[in-house]
Design a protein. Structure first.
Length: 72
């Protein structure tokens, strides 16, 4: 069972601001929050880690060679 993370923890894990998280959520590009109470929200830890892992994998590109060195 996944733990519920509160906003501060999600911000710490993702490095995103609260407004960026909100914007990504609205676009459907971030896991949906859970309403825990009248003024409390949280996110499932597994969903946040899956989102981070997906972003990390898609953001990695193979190194490009910019020049070659030849020995004389």
């Amino acid at each position: 069972m996944s733990r519920v993370l509160r906003r501060k923890e999600v911000i710490r894990l993702t490095g995103l601001s609260a407004s960026t998280i909100w914007r990504l959520e609205r676009r459907g590009d971030f896991p949906a929050r859970l309403q825990l109470g009248p003024q409390a929200v949280g996110w499932l830890e597994d969903e946040i880690h899956a989102w981070i892992n997906a972003r990390t994998r898609s953001g990695r590109r193979p190194a490009q060679v910019t020049h070659t060195v030849t020995k004389a």
